[in-house]
Design a binder for this molecule. Structure first.
Ligand SMILES: C[S@@+](CC[C@H](N)C(=O)[O-])C[C@H]1O[C@@H](n2cnc3c(N)ncnc32)[C@H](O)[C@@H]1O
Length: 280
């Protein structure tokens, strides 16, 4: 039984970071006419009611999407993301937050194919009720890493895999690096985006070293820190590893991360970084 429920965290700073970057990756893939493939290995429920008791518990969205909702200085790179958030909010006030499946659907084209995977049975049936009627979308209630093995390489030969684990099991950093290596060995030209929470320095160094020693090239690292580590248990920041980023993504990501580091800081100093873990 999985205990993690994304409803508690929906719309927080990590979602804003992840989803803002996700839109740029998918828009980058749309630069070519041919349809592409998108796999979301940990899809969640697709739509979150921020007034739900669970979302209200820590109100994490207040230090996330709520800070962007009325912002007048939004960088143009985040416009498609905000448009996706507004599309699920019929009134001028912020109430709902779209998860990665709905964010992706908003920027993908009619012929691009989306595969959504969610292991929690309750969440998966909710996900299916929101997304299944969509053309070229399939929902699978199975394990992320099995789904990755089964779907990659895709027939389209172009596309993106988002690995957005809930990190609620030990050794998850090892698991995602292993999954990345295996998938990359079968499909080296795919774009891969791996989200991760920022932990203490030692595991972060090991994670970076594992990726650098994997033999995979063109690996961009993006990180956003919004608070100092404290007793609350709330993660101070998060990151994303992107393999084979599309053209222009690096510059777009830098503008997004720099702006979010100022906008979403909670205590201490907000900071962002975008650097190459492995170059071409
Ligand atoms: C961080 S949440 C996903 C959020 C979603 N990607 C979004 O951005 O809106 C992680 C999800 O992964 C699911 N999950 C955890 N372990 C999994 C596994 N082994 N395979 C598939 N899904 C898993 C959890 O139930 C949870 O819904």
């Amino acid at each position: 039984m999985l205990s993690y429920r994304h409803m508690y965290h929906a719309g927080n700073f990590a979602d804003v970071f992840k989803h803002g970057l996700l839109t740029r990756l998918l828009i980058g893939l749309s630069a070519k006419d041919k349809p592409y493939f998108y796999l979301d290995t940990h899809a969640g429920i697709a739509l979150y009611d921020l007034m739900h008791d669970w979302a209200q518990k820590a109100r994490e969205y207040e230090n996330g999407i709520a800070r962007l909702w009325n912002a007048t200085d939004l960088p143009p790179e985040l416009a498609p993301y905000m448009e996706a958030v507004r599309s699920v909010n019929p009134y001028p006030t912020l109430r709902y937050y779209p998860g990665s499946p709905l964010i992706a659907r908003r920027v993908m084209r009619a012929d691009d194919r989306m595969v959504l995977v969610e292991l929690n049975k309750v969440d998966c049936s909710e996900l299916a009720s929101v997304m299944s009627a969509e053309r070229h979308v399939s929902v699978h209630c199975v394990d992320a890493y099995q789904a990755l093995k089964a779907t990659v390489p895709p027939t389209e030969r172009r596309g993106l895999v988002l690995i957005d684990s809930s990190f609620d099991r030990a050794r998850e950093f090892d698991r995602i690096v292993k999954a990345l290596k295996e998938a990359h060995a079968r499909w080296s030209t795919g774009v891969y985006a791996l989200w991760y929470p920022i932990m203490e320095a030692a595991p972060m160094r090991d994670f970076a070293l594992d990726i650098q020693r994997s033999g995979i090239r063109k690996v961009l690292r993006l990180e956003l820190t919004v608070r100092e580590r404290d007793e609350s248990g709330i993660i101070p920041g998060c990151g994303m590893i992107v393999v084979n980023p599309p053209w222009h993504f690096e510059e777009e990501a830098k503008r997004i991360v720099d702006w979010l580091a100022k906008k979403l800081v909670v205590n201490g100093k907000g900071s962002g970084r975008v650097d190459w873990l492995v170059k071409e």
